[in-house]
Design a protein around this ligand. Sequence first.
Ligand code: IMP
Ligand code: MG
Length: 179
Amino acid sequence: MSLDDDVERVLYSQEQIATRVREMGEQISRDYAGRHPLLVTVLKGAFIYMADLCRVLTVDCDIDFMAVSSYGNAAHSSGIVRIVKDLETPLEGRDVLIVEDVLDSGLTLKYLTRNLMSRGANSLEISALLLKNPAPAVTPRYVGFECPNEFVVGYGLDYAERYRNLPYIGVLKKSVYEG
Ligand code: IMP
Ligand code: MG
């Protein structure tokens, strides 16, 4: 058994992701030219996206990480979030770019954007690799792919902490989580 056997179909291949991340990086580099943005990732799902995106940026940037845990039912985001690991960087006057894996309801990021802006950031934008919901609670400035509303894994995204190391993004077979 390999990890690939649990994937129903590949949505975005390694090559498609690389091409799209490069395009996003070029756009972000143009938009932030002459500035020094702070890239913020909410662990863990976006760690690979962050690693690839920051390496195609031509602007000088800083990188920081947060970890949050949601209260309530894990399957549905409540928007009530506890910060488990906070940023180490002061945000006063910074241009913050949140690097997110999947934007679904957007409730977690709505809470976080308010929290980060209240620390005196100069600007705050969101770069989401996948957009699942056509009307999330926050509006991302950059979107990689508009993704079907299915459960996806790979390229950092997990199911029960597995599949993050798949190099592509695929739809998980229902038999994996329905037992
Ligand atoms: P939101 O607060 O509803 O926008 O939740 C989005 C978060 O849920 C993402 O940052 C992911 O961590 C997680 N998530 C949503 N959909 C998927 C998926 O299909 N696979 C893996 N994680 C997902
Ligand atoms: Mg996430």
